[in-house]
Every structure is written in C-alpha cells, then in structure tokens.
Design a protein around this ligand. Structure first.
Ligand code: PHE
Length: 330
C-alpha cells in the first residue's frame, strides 16, 4: 500500500465514524485516541514513512501533516456540536444531594423587636395602637400640652424647627392632643413613633429616637391604675423579678407626675425608663374634655433606652449604624 492509499483508507473510516459520532464524552475521547493517540491511525501513517525512499519522504510527510490537520478540525467541530447539545438537552445530570448555596436571612432590627414586644404587652390589656405626625405645629407639640412659652424645650437648642411655629416633634405626647381632639372618651391608646431632639450626639443621646406614648382616659381613673399598668408592663418586659420604683417628677402636662426607675444589676444603679402622670386638667380643657368628669393618665418611654437596658447595649449610636456584626446578634 502506498502512503496515499493508506491515507485514503484512514479518511474512509474517519467519515464513517463522523456519521455515527458518539454523544458520550468518554466515547468521544476514545474515538479521538483511535485517530490522534500515540498509537493511533495517524501515528501509524508517520511510522510507515520510514519505509519510503529518502527522496519521497518530504512530500509524503507534508501530505500526512495536511491530512492530520484537516481531520483534527473536522473532529473538533463535530465534537463541539455534540457536547454542546448534550450539556444543554440530554444527559445533563444534577446531583440533587449536593448542599445548596447558603441563604443568609436578615434579622429584625432590635428596636423593632422591642417595639413589637411592648405593643403586644399593651394590646393584651386592651390598648389600641395609634400614630400621629412627626412634623408638628407648636400648638400640639407644646402649647396644648401646657408647656409654657419660656420652657427650655422650646429653645432652638433643644428643638429642630422646620419654620416658625413648625417643629419636628420632640416627643410622642403631641398625639395625646390629636387623639383627644378627634375622639370622644373613653380612650385607651399607645402611640409609637420617631421623635427628634437637637442634642449633641453621644453614646447616650442621638438626634433621633423612638418613643411609645400611653394614654388612658375614663371616669374614675386614679394614680393606682397608672401604677398597676406600669408595674404589669415592667414585669412582663424586663422579667418578674425586676425591682422598680416610682419617683416624683414634673411634666407640664401631667399632675402629679412621676418617673419610673428600674434597678440595673449590671451597673448597680437605678435607671430611669419612663415618665408618666395624671393628665393635667389644663390639657383636658385645651381639648374640650370636662375635667370634672374625665380623668386619665399618660406615660412615655424611650424605645432605645428600653432596648439598651434589656440587652445590655451601652451605645445608642449602634442602632443607627447598620453594622451587621451588631444586628446579627438579635
Ligand atoms: N413626653 C415626655 C418626655 O418625652 C414623657 C411623658 C409622657 C411624661 C407622658 C408624662 C406623660 O419626656
């Protein structure tokens, strides 16, 4: 057989193999070595070169080279179509037992958790939830609450003014006035929301924080009712064994007024948690309630402060930095 005859016979068998080209990657590989392997048919052609007379070798070698190149291109072209199709349609296998990519869940912000908890405690004893405006007029934030003109809270130093007479509310007590203006007694509401104060930012104060206001108006409401509800709340929220005290205080819109402290075992001292009192008759007058018939109490607490005490957090700014290492702990 001449070299050309040998080439022809390899070409023939290659055509047949192309027509019945396998789709399995392993079979494709073994077919590849039938032709291009170290002991394959093409290698065999090169070996038979040795038998030729020297003057014929260059030309024959060139023919084999060209033939090999052509075969390789055809083979690769065929293989690539088969493998592409295989990987997109047939034969694709999934290992269903492989572990998936981990899904990282977010967590509920600690302030929201505290708020939810406080809300559910008060709802369980009959309080409804109401909301009010954060941008407020001087009347609802101060005047109607019996806060006199010269009161320090009305100073630019303590309050953010939007414009003359319009402020960012400094407490949620403004909603006491809205509720009583809009509805007839009896009333039993808690009012969560953001409040703003123009204070220098430090570990214990921030320009923005959250409060929950409580408002109860009915006939024959006494300070004993107020003490009862707050004691119930504190034990539910901080635990049955929490030690608390009422301390006389002053707010222009309540009379008498008090603050509640709880004993912080970790710090070894009393920590103030809320302000409260019996609604001042002047406030009732401002909203058109007859203070000889209606009595009531109100209280207001800071949600940041409650959260800090409950979880031993010592810097209020952590709530606003969105540091995942902090948030993940809740
Ligand atoms: N508004 C008061 C404060 O921000 C808290 C308070 C609310 C006190 C209701 C008494 C009654 O400090």
């Amino acid at each position: 057989m001449t070299i050309n005859e040998s080439i022809e016979s390899v070409r023939k068998s290659f055509r047949t193999d192309l027509d019945s080209f396998p789709s399995d990657p392993k079979e494709i590989d073994s077919l590849r070595s039938v032709y291009f392997g170290r002991k394959g048919l093409i290698a065999g052609l090169y070996i038979s070169l040795a038998d030729l007379p020297n003057n014929e070798k260059p030309e024959a070698g060139q023919s084999i080279n060209n033939f090999k190149k052509k075969l390789q291109t055809d083979f690769d072209a065929k293989a690539s179509t088969v493998i592409d199709v295989a990987s997109t349609t047939h034969n694709q296998s999934f290992d269903l037992s492989l572990p998936g990519f981990p899904i990282t869940n977010g967590s509920i912000h600690p302030l929201q958790q505290t708020l939810d908890e406080i809300k559910s405690i008060f709802k369980s004893v009959g309080f409804k939830v109401a909301y009010g405006p954060e941008i407020e007029d001087d009347y609802h934030n101060f005047e109607a609450l019996n806060i006199p003109k010269h009161h320090p809270a009305r100073d630019m130093q303590d309050t953010f003014f939007v414009k003359d007479n319009i402020v960012l509310r400094t407490h949620t007590s403004n909603v006491q006035i809205h509720l009583m203006e809009e509805r007839e007694p009896p009333l039993r509401y808690i009012v969560p929301g953001r409040v703003y104060r123009n204070e220098s930012v430090s570990y214990k104060s921030y320009c923005l924080f959250h409060q929950i206001e409580g408002l109860f108006v009915d006939k024959n409401v006494s300070m004993a009712d107020l003490k009862g509800i707050l004691e119930y709340f504190v034990k539910q929220f901080f635990g049955e064994s929490t030690v608390m005290r009422f301390r006389p205080s002053f707010f222009p819109f309540t009379e008498p007024s008090a603050e509640v402290d709880i004993w912080d075992k970790k710090r070894g001292k009393w920590m103030e948690i809320l302000g409260c009192g019996m609604i001042d008759p002047n406030v009732f007058e401002n909203v058109g309630y007859d203070s000889s018939i209606w009595h009531g109490y109100a209280f207001g607490m800071g949600i940041e402060r409650m959260t800090m005490l409950k979880y031993g957090i010592d810097d209020i700014r952590l709530f606003y930095q969105n540091d995942i290492r902090f948030l993940e702990q809740f």
